[in-house]
Design a protein around this ligand. Structure first.
Ligand code: KG4
Ligand code: ZN
Length: 335
């Protein structure tokens, strides 16, 4: 594939300030400044604090991305930025920076949907990625199976009817007193646990392809109340992790079977979970499904995935006007 121009990509939709330099499928740099330590004191993300921290970090992070890629702004051909969905104040910081750079240098500007970034993150895996395929997108705000017919042409096949998988981990960790962020905390605690001690519900039954995690959260809450100080936290964490993983594997493979594409990708912050990666890989191997997932650094929020999503759009001649706006909520649309 033609490398195309160097893209400066920016991502500030939530609690990571990130900038990257990408061309085609090549990632030249990907700098992520996490606000996890800042938000830990409140046990979750405080939007005002997130926006302020983005303001402080955005220029140093962009500088670092350019330096790491051994380029200057003179080498950049286009600027891509997450403009939807996300925290409005946080998104505005990235979009303002992107507009200023693009306007002052007369560069193409592309506003990218955060979910399209997660979908395209698999292009950085180095693995062959077949089209069409099914993408299991699992993050703090999303749990969806999306049919990727081509880059830019997407169809939502199934989704969670309540909490996202990442939310199940985050809320579960809070209930178990495991701290923030919940996903990695659950994974670490679960290493020493026995998933068979406590049984938790898998949510929607039958042949559904949708997801539901709120019943799991309620069951965990009851378990914590019932067991009190006798609760073995590691075992509860292991059980929670295994239940979420089982549901994700079962439903996503069912979607692949129903569409007959024979290819599945796993993307989003929860894709960093080792058990999920291993179980999905094993199930796909058993069924002859081609499986691809990005390295851990491309699973959680980062700007390289925004650049990877922008590259095919740029190659098709797309760009956005400098009036580009931010949107707190937004469906992933084709186009
Ligand atoms: O994609 P992401 O960085 O941000 C959103 O777009 O939401 O995903 C963050 C989510 C959080 O819920 C976090 O707990 C979860 O991904 N996560 C994990 C792991 N690492 C991050 N969940 C399970 N296991 C992990 N290792
Ligand atoms: Zn994300």
């Amino acid at each position: 594939m033609d490398q195309g121009p160097l893209i400066l990509a920016i991502e500030t939709s939530c609690d990571e300030t990130s900038a990257a330099v990408v061309s085609g499928r090549t990632i030249h740099s990907n700098i992520v400044s996490s606000q996890v330590d800042l938000h830990r004191q409140w046990g979750g993300i405080v939007p005002e604090a997130a926006a302020r921290a983005h303001v402080e970090s955005i220029l140093p992070v962009i500088d670092e991305a350019l330096t790491a890629a051994k380029v200057t702004l003179d080498d950049i051909g286009a600027v891509a930025v997450t403009n939807r969905p996300g925290l409005v104040g946080a998104l505005s910081v990235g979009v303002s920076a992107a507009k200023a750079i693009a306007y002052s240098r007369n560069l193409s500007l592309l506003g990218i949907h955060h979910l399209e970034g997660h979908l395209a993150s698999v292009l950085g895996s180095g693995d062959a990625v077949r089209l069409p395929h099914v993408a299991l997108v699992v993050s703090g705000g999303h749990t969806e199976c999306i049919e990727v017919r081509s880059w830019g042409d997407y169809r939502m096949i199934s989704h969670t009817i309540d909490d996202a998988a990442g939310e199940a981990f985050d809320k579960g960790a809070r209930l178990l007193g495991l701290g923030y962020p919940g996903g990695p905390a659950i994974e670490i605690a679960a290493c020493a646990g026995d998933a068979r001690r406590y049984s938790l519900p898998k949510g929607l039954s039958g042949d559904s392809v949708d997801f539901s995690f709120s019943g799991l959260k309620t069951a965990l809450m009851r378990l914590v109340e019932r067991e009190g100080s006798a609760l073995v936290v590691a075992d509860a964490a292991a059980s929670l992790q295994q239940t979420v993983v089982k549901v994700l594997v079962e439903r996503s493979v069912r979607v692949v079977d129903s569409l007959g594409h024979g290819a599945l990708t796993l993307v989003g912050g929860v894709a960093a979970n080792s058990l999920l990666r291993a179980e999905l890989q094993a199930e796909c191997d058993r069924r002859g499904i081609q499986f691809a997932t990005p390295p851990l650094t491309l699973c959680t929020d980062n700007a390289a995935m925004i650049g990877l999503a922008a590259a095919p759009r740029l190659a098709r001649g797309q760009s956005d006007p400098f009036s580009l706006d931010v949107h707190p909520t937004s469906e992933l649309a084709s186009g």
